[in-house]
Design a protein around this ligand. Structure first.
Ligand SMILES: Nc1ncnc2c1ncn2[C@@H]1O[C@H](COP(=O)(O)OP(=O)(O)OP(=O)(O)O)[C@@H](O)[C@H]1O
Length: 421
């Protein structure tokens, strides 16, 4: 039984750079758990703290029911694979996989049998006598995974193991890794910035931003029911439409979301309407995924937005259309930004300190956005999947909004109703 608990874990690097801030996570026994987020959000730092390669600055890290903050990497029985799996160049694939077993002093015949079995499962049995230098990138990663798994670690950690491979190989190997770790039942923590990799492989995903945990859940939960604007936008390709509206509670109708040139109504029998009452007269953020906007002829006024098609893009299985609807869209990256991602202590004197201060502040001497900030507005297009009813460029379209799938957030970027987990 191997579970991992992060209880308020934080990491501050020298120079007072806070890379991870008060993270609470429970990774369950046998889970394939993915840490997902953009570059620099602290994913690798968390993985390295679990491995014991990086000291935990604050909070507790629990492994198998015991506090592990002070344990050495060796005492943790974890195996790790990096972006470029490290192999001994002078040893063959078989030799590399045998090595950890030899160090542990196991029975030689038994070890050989284990290497043969695992190399078959990884599809590298036919190259067992070759050296790493003669293998392709994908084959080398397979060998590195084999070497990591051969000793049956209680915890398997992978840091972007597929990012140096081409798209075809990535798809192939991600299926194999998923199959392998599921069949062995090894608790696995997998770091990636690739949302497709995360969605297709994970039992559960933790989404990080600037060292802070934004959301945790199954792929379906965090896609369909994201906790924040950031998570909704990060997992949306094509990008989610993020619009600002003012909420008005109207007797006999429901809560009207006023976008200026369009209005949508959340009826009173919709559970979200009661949460919206407290936002009466105030701005909210509305997220609509491109496939929740459907071109219609007719359609009820309180469910539709009208726009003019500006651009059409062919994407193979369907077309994406961009329509100007006269509604300013909001940049998801600027919503709910937290000042705590900056250095923990203000930069002191000296050139480096002054540079750090300058870089951390927007041009023009303005103050950085506060947590309550609405985000940057830009007049932009609504993106929708055109499907079979593909409009012409320049055509006016009525877009029916799937109100059930529309997401409503406060100006702090959090959903106005509690997410289900
Ligand atoms: N040894 C270090 N000393 C100082 N700062 C560090 C160190 N390692 C990482 N950082 C900083 O901590 C933050 C988090 O880094 P980390 O590598 O954990 O992010 P990441 O999400 O894994 O990013 P990437 O996907 O680019 O590897 C970054 O701002 C990074 O610059």
């Amino acid at each position: 039984m191997t579970d991992v608990v992060l209880n308020g874990v934080g990491k501050v690097y020298p120079g007072d750079h806070r890379a991870v801030d008060d993270v609470h996570l429970h990774i369950r026994d046998g889970e394939l758990f993915v840490l997902l987020g953009p570059s620099g959000c602290g994913k690798s730092t968390i993985l390295r703290m679990i491995a014991g390669l990086e000291e935990v600055t604050s909070g507790e890290l629990w492994l198998n029911g015991g506090v592990a903050n002070g344990l050495s990497p060796r005492e943790r029985n974890v195996a790790m694979v990096f972006q470029e799996g490290a192999l001994y160049p002078h040893l063959t694939v078989g030799g590399n996989m045998m090595f950890p077993l030899e160090v542990a002093g196991g029975d030689r015949a038994e070890s050989r049998e284990r290497v043969a079995e695992l190399s078959r499962a990884l599809g590298i049995h036919s190259m067992i006598d070759r050296r790493p230098g003669t293998l392709s990138g994908g084959q080398r990663q397979r060998a590195a995974i084999g070497r990591a798994l051969i000793r049956e670690p209680s915890l398997f950690l992978m840091d972007e193991p597929l990012s140096s491979l081409d798209a075809g190989l990535r798809t192939e190997l991600r299926l194999e890794i998923t199959g392998l770790v599921r069949s062995t039942g090894t608790t696995t923590v997998y770091v990636t910035h690739d949302q497709v990799e995360a969605m297709t492989m994970a039992d559960r995903i933790a989404v990080l931003r600037d060292g802070v945990l934004e959301d945790v859940g199954t792929p379906e939960q965090i896609y369909q029911d994201p906790a924040t604007v950031f998570v909704a936008a990060f997992l949306s390709s094509p990008p989610i439409n993020l619009l600002q509206a003012t909420a008005w509670a109207v007797q006999d109708r429901g809560v009207v979301l006023d976008f200026g040139s369009a209005r949508l109504t959340v009826p009173w029998d919709d559970a979200r309407s009661s949460a919206l009452i407290s936002h009466h007269g105030a701005p909210v953020l509305v997220g609509i995924r491109p496939d929740a906007l459907v071109p219609v002829t007719g359609g009820a006024e309180e469910r539709t937005i009208t726009g003019r098609v500006r651009v059409l893009e062919f994407h193979g299985q369907d077309w994406l259309a961009y329509a100007e609807a006269g509604i300013p869209t909001v940049d998801a990256g600027s919503v709910g930004t937290r000042p705590r991602a900056r250095p923990a202590r203000p930069a002191s004197g000296g050139l480096a300190g002054r540079l750090r201060e300058m870089i951390g502040r927007p041009a023009g001497g303005q103050e950085p956005p506060r947590e309550e900030h609405a985000g940057h507005h830009r007049r932009s297009d609504l993106v929708f999947r055109a499907g079979a009813r593909r409009p012409e460029r320049g055509q006016e379209v009525r877009l029916e909004v799937d109100l059930e799938r529309m997401m409503i957030f406060g100006m702090d970027g959090r959903r106005i109703t509690a997410v289900r987990r």
